[in-house]
Design a protein around this ligand. Structure first.
Ligand SMILES: [Zn+2]
Length: 245
């Protein structure tokens, strides 16, 4: 039975996050929420609510800055502050990091970006594995409720019944709340009927076949159908031109 890992970045958000929690609960589905430290500081009650519902909570760094643009001290500050507030809020330090924009791992034209190792090693020193994604329906472009679901449901890996794929979604301001709720509802219903289960990314996650392309050592697979794209927020330098949010 294939397992899918839905992930929600950029929360916690006052209305979006609880709404996503309700949809997930209605389908007995669990996900991983990559939350920004500065938003956890504002809304710790929502981070606790995510934890209490049995979902995973990962680090999305502190201020949604492109980590590749930071020096070592700034990078340490972004990551360590976030790990501290997650531990203070939930009782557990995060074991997974989703860098904002996926940077510098999502820059497919610069696979050997010099800051990749810095991000990976500093995350590792804090006990975190760096996780990017396999499927991004580009919800930050607000493509419409049907498109969000279709882009996931028509993914090659999904169609092949592959297990362990990671899907990038958002419960933050870049995406449209109503669109994402409807899209997630369709994804959960459709794949649930096919026997798919939805679980948080496990701590033992070693990468799906596709995600491994973006982990060391960089492999070359030539599959462009699931090429990761940048997440939402202002686009850091060097990331794909077609991602504007
Ligand atoms: Zn983000």
């Amino acid at each position: 039975m294939p397992t899918l890992h839905l992930t929600f970045d950029d929360g916690p958000h006052e209305t979006f996050t609880p709404a996503i929690l309700d949809v997930l609960a209605a389908h007995d589905a669990h996900a991983t929420f990559f939350q920004a430290g500065r938003l956890i500081e504002l809304r710790p009650h929502l981070t606790k609510r995510v934890r209490d519902a049995g979902h995973g909570i990962g680090s999305h760094a502190w201020s949604h800055t492109d980590l590749a643009s930071l020096d070592d001290d700034q990078l340490d500050d972004e990551l360590s502050r976030t790990s501290v507030i997650i531990e203070e809020t939930t009782g557990r330090a995060p074991t997974l990091l989703r860098p904002p924009f996926g940077s510098p791992f999502s820059m497919t034209d610069t696979a050997g970006h010099p800051r990749q190792e810095a991000v990976r090693s500093r995350a590792g020193a804090l006990g975190m594995k760096t996780i990017i994604w396999d499927i991004a329906p580009e919800d930050w472009n607000r493509p419409g409720r049907a498109a969000i679901a279709e882009r996931v449901l028509r993914d090659q890996g999904i169609l092949a019944g592959r297990s362990g794929l990671v899907v990038l979604l958002h419960d933050g301001e870049c995406a449209d709340e109503a669109e994402n709720l409807a899209g997630v509802e369709t994804i959960l219903s459709t794949l649930g009927e096919r026997g798919c289960t939805f679980e948080p990314i496990p701590e033992t996650y070693a990468g799906s076949a596709l995600a491994e392309r973006f982990m060391p050592p960089a492999a070359t697979r030539g599959d462009t159908a699931t090429t990761p794209r940048t997440g939402c927020g202002s686009r850091p330098t060097g990331i794909r031109r077609d991602s504007t949010r």
